[in-house]
Ligand binder design. Structure first.
Ligand SMILES: *Cc1c(COP(=O)(O)O)cnc(C)c1O
Length: 540
């Protein structure tokens, strides 16, 4: 897989910059800086301590902080846990009200939920359709018992940048602490904790070409912000976060931050030109909607919703292209709980559009060639899916997306019929002309199957279908059409169990087989109705 697929998932994680991994490698073995930075009695420890402090300065410099204000953690998730729970605990006597946004990263959302269970009051602010917070909503939400406002700088799904300074004016005025999740902002846009009035700030190394498993929390010293430790043992990091410091990780994060500061301007320019190029190409397709503000957005992220196609069919198609695109739906949606992105729904997208969304995230090694290749492949795939979709009514050019022969997530049969259906998408060829057309769907039309056949007396001479739904829904339609070809309608009987076993459908896809069984039943019914019509006409 790796090596040939185009990586456009930099917002999920970035590869480590070779300059970073080189520095890290020098911190592990006997000849290197492997010592425990707390063992100041000997050289090994002292050298490690120096390396850690140098990295601390590099991280501080990237955000305009003092080195002493940086606390090492395992990543932004832990940083935000420490910030939110730590502040809640330390300031519980002052008040038990926290304000945050509906579109925060899960690490902040889940901390707030946890605190809610422990008796804190949490206000979840909405965002406008462009993904930005309305400062007036915040102003109204701040109460006498508010201790903390937590607003992310850059959203991980949409790339939308919040107006941090306007928010901090309000928190300062009302004497409320301000935490910012900057995991997606650091190294992409300038950060200055003093100018921007930030009290606590979460960082993660693996979003800016550093290693996974290391992050930092900035904790303001003047005026001093108190944070109750959440991990105890040894009193490292001024008592806020215990545990032996992982020197190689820390040195990696330091080098990544140093590089980010050096490269940020040029990189943001180059990456945003590539992002705009991708958007220009994709927006040639009708009804491709950009999610979130285009103006207030980091360089590397483009999030779009594609009308008329199902999210799973789209994502499976993208990962099953001959040259696959490694992207993310932007939401952590699992096959089991097909839940669409809560972030996109907060921006006002309906469930279908939120589900049929793609987050392209570009970065340091993305090339123009890759962008052109992806734009071309995505366009072909969307066209092919739309030609098959009963929910897409506009004309679509014929397209032949180049699909891979196999896909590890699906049975060979499901994948074969799905990709074939995209190749011979004969929309309109048979449909709606003379012949029989039936349509059935699951409740709420999550999946729709439309079947059309042409008959010569009782023999089916041609069968075609349209389908909106997952990969299996498309595969089932294609399989059924194959199976119906040249058959006598009255003699066919196909059960959903037969369809399931023929295609090797997973049990959670049973509804697709039932849909096909229904469609066939309706077709027979329609046929007999037509027959009796003809009989009656003949009789009269
Ligand atoms: C990735 C990410 C996190 C979590 O960072 P980890 O270091 O993986 O724990 C938190 N917030 C945002 C916005 C992120 O993108």
């Amino acid at each position: 897989m790796s090596g040939q697929s185009v990586y456009l998932d930099y917002a999920a994680t970035t590869p480590v910059d070779p300059r970073v991994s080189e520095r890290m490698s020098a911190c592990m073995t006997m000849g290197g800086v492997f010592g425990n930075p707390a063992s100041l009695q000997h050289d090994y420890g002292r050298t490690a301590h120096e390396a850690v402090e140098q990295a601390r300065s590099a991280v501080a410099e990237l955000i305009g902080a003092e080195p002493a204000e940086i606390v090492w953690t395992s990543g932004a998730t832990e940083s935000s846990n420490l910030a939110l729970k730590g502040v809640a605990e330390a300031y519980a006597d002052r008040g038990r009200h926290i304000i945050t946004m509906k579109t925060e990263h899960k690490s902040v959302v889940d901390c707030c939920r946890y605190l809610e269970q422990k008796g804190w009051r949490v206000t979840w602010l909405p965002v406008a359709t462009d993904g930005r917070l309305n400062p007036e909503d915040l102003e109204q939400a701040i109460a006498d018992d508010t201790v903390l406002v937590s607003v992310m700088m850059v959203n991980n799904e949409t790339g939308v940048v919040q107006d941090i300074e306007t928010i901090s004016h309000m928190t300062r005025e009302r004497d409320v602490l301000f935490h910012v999740d900057a995991a997606q902002a650091a190294g992409k846009i300038p950060i200055d904790v003093n100018r921007q009035g930030i009290d606590l700030l979460s960082l993660s190394a693996h979003k800016l070409y550093g290693p996974k498993g290391i992050g930092a929390l900035y904790v303001r010293r003047q005026p001093r912000v108190r944070v109750a430790a959440q991990i105890h043992g040894g009193g490292h990091e001024r008592g806020m976060r215990s545990g032996t410091l992982p020197v190689h990780q820390i040195v990696g994060m330091g080098e990544a931050c140093r590089l980010a500061g050096e490269l940020m301007n040029d990189e943001a320019g180059r990456v945003s030109r590539l992002r705009d190029r991708l958007w220009e190409a994709l927006s040639e397709l009708p009804d491709v909607l950009r999610n979130g503000s285009a103006e207030h957005c980091v360089a590397g992220i483009l999030n779009v919703s594609i009308a008329g196609v199902d999210g799973e069919a789209l994502h499976a198609g993208l990962s099953g292209l001959k040259t696959p695109v490694a992207i993310s739906s932007g939401s952590a949606c699992t096959a089991a709980s097909q839940e669409s992105s809560y972030v996109l729904r907060a921006l006002g997208r309906d469930d279908e559009l939120a589900y049929a969304s793609v987050r392209f995230s570009l970065g340091r090694w993305t090339t123009e060639d890759e962008i052109d290749q992806v734009a071309f492949a995505v366009t072909a795939l969307v066209n092919a899916l739309r030609r098959r979709s009963p929910k897409w009514l506009q004309p679509v050019e014929a397209s032949e997306p180049a699909m891979a022969a196999r896909h590890s997530q699906f049975s060979d049969e499901v994948w074969r019929y799905y990709s074939e259906s995209l190749h011979h998408s004969g929309r309109g060829k048979e449909m709606d002309k003379e012949g029989l057309v039936v349509e059935c769907g699951t409740p709420g039309s999550r999946a729709v199957l439309r079947l059309a056949v042409q008959m010569d007396a009782e023999r089916i001479t041609a069968a075609d279908f349209q389908s909106y739904g997952c990969v299996s829904a498309l595969a089932v339609g294609a399989w059924l059409c194959d199976r119906l070809q040249d058959q006598r309608l009255s003699e066919i009987s196909i059960s959903s169990a037969e369809i399931e076993s023929a295609l090797g459908l997973a049990p959670i896809k049973r509804h697709c087989a039932l849909l096909a069984e229904d469609a066939l039943g309706m077709l027979k019914e329609q046929w007999s109705l037509n027959l009796s019509d003809t009989d009656q006409r003949a009789a009269s």
